[in-house]
Design a protein around this ligand. Structure first.
Ligand code: PRP
Ligand code: URA
Ligand code: MG
Length: 217
């Protein structure tokens, strides 16, 4: 797997990351969603640097400028719920992208800490021979991403696979490395220490879906 860590240099990205983690600031759910969206925009820009471009001539009022435009077809596919705000950030930059949505939730069959991932809802376009960008802000154990990936890949083969996460753990990255093809690209805005007993990211930010959209039953 090709891993791209995008917050190694100081930039405004670190400012957005600090705000989504801050226990006081993150209570403002509108700001939380907006910051995740802005992180999505930064990630989309970084990712765009390795896509394929074609040469074009642009007619300006004063002449012709030879330049480049995106050639690749992009499909953005997000994992519900928490992926939605990050998805918006990517959509803001990839104007012509097609869009897909898949649900994944932790299901606790024994009412203890053990969980399985339930993948139920899927609405996605064809991504055969296109660049698929799989979007989810949190890579904790990695089980949600792998379960969604396996459901999506059962029938089609994209040209390139990109996975975009905001906060990742070493355990989650290792799980992806063991369960996804070697040629995947993983884009990580921040790498954290690890997981707690409930498989939440430490220090992380808490529950991204709840912070963005409110607690669920
Ligand atoms: O790497 P994992 O251990 O699988 O955990 C990560 C998953 O947990 C979060 O979703 P969650 O299950 O909280 O659903 P939600 O978005 O509806 O809150 C997150 O958005 C990932 O999908
Ligand atoms: O730390 C975590 C782990 C899973 N889901 C989240 O939203 N946060
Ligand atoms: Mg959640």
């Amino acid at each position: 797997m090709h891993i791209h860590y995008i917050s190694e240099n100081n930039s405004i990205l670190n400012h957005f990351l600090s705000q989504i983690r801050d226990v006081t600031i993150q209570k403002d759910s509108m700001r939380f969603r907006k910051n995740i969206e802005r992180i999505g925009e930064v990630m989309a820009y970084e990712l765009s640097k390795i896509l394929t471009y074609k040469e074009i001539d642009v007619q300006t009022p004063l002449g012709i400028k030879k330049t480049t435009a995106l050639e690749d077809n992009v499909v953005l596919c997000s994992i519900l719920r928490a992926g939605l705000a990050l998805h918006t950030g990517f959509m803001n930059f990839f104007d012509d992208a097609e869009n897909g949505f898949v649900s994944a939730m932790r299901f606790h069959p024994n009412n203890d800490d053990y969980f399985e991932i339930k993948v139920e809802y899927q609405a996605a376009p064809s991504f055969e021979n296109k660049n698929l960008i799989l979007i989810d802000p949190m890579l904790a154990t990695g089980q949600s991403l792998v379960a969604v990936f396996q459901k999506l890949m059962s029938e089609e083969t994209p040209k390139e696979i990109h996975i975009a996460v905001v906060i990742a753990t070493p355990e989650g990255i290792e799980y992806l490395e063991n369960n996804l093809p070697d040629n995947c690209h993983l884009w990580v805005a921040a790498l954290d220490e690890g997981l707690n007993a409930k498989n939440y990211i430490v220090p992380g930010l808490g529950d991204a879906g709840d912070l963005a959209y409110g607690s669920k039953l």
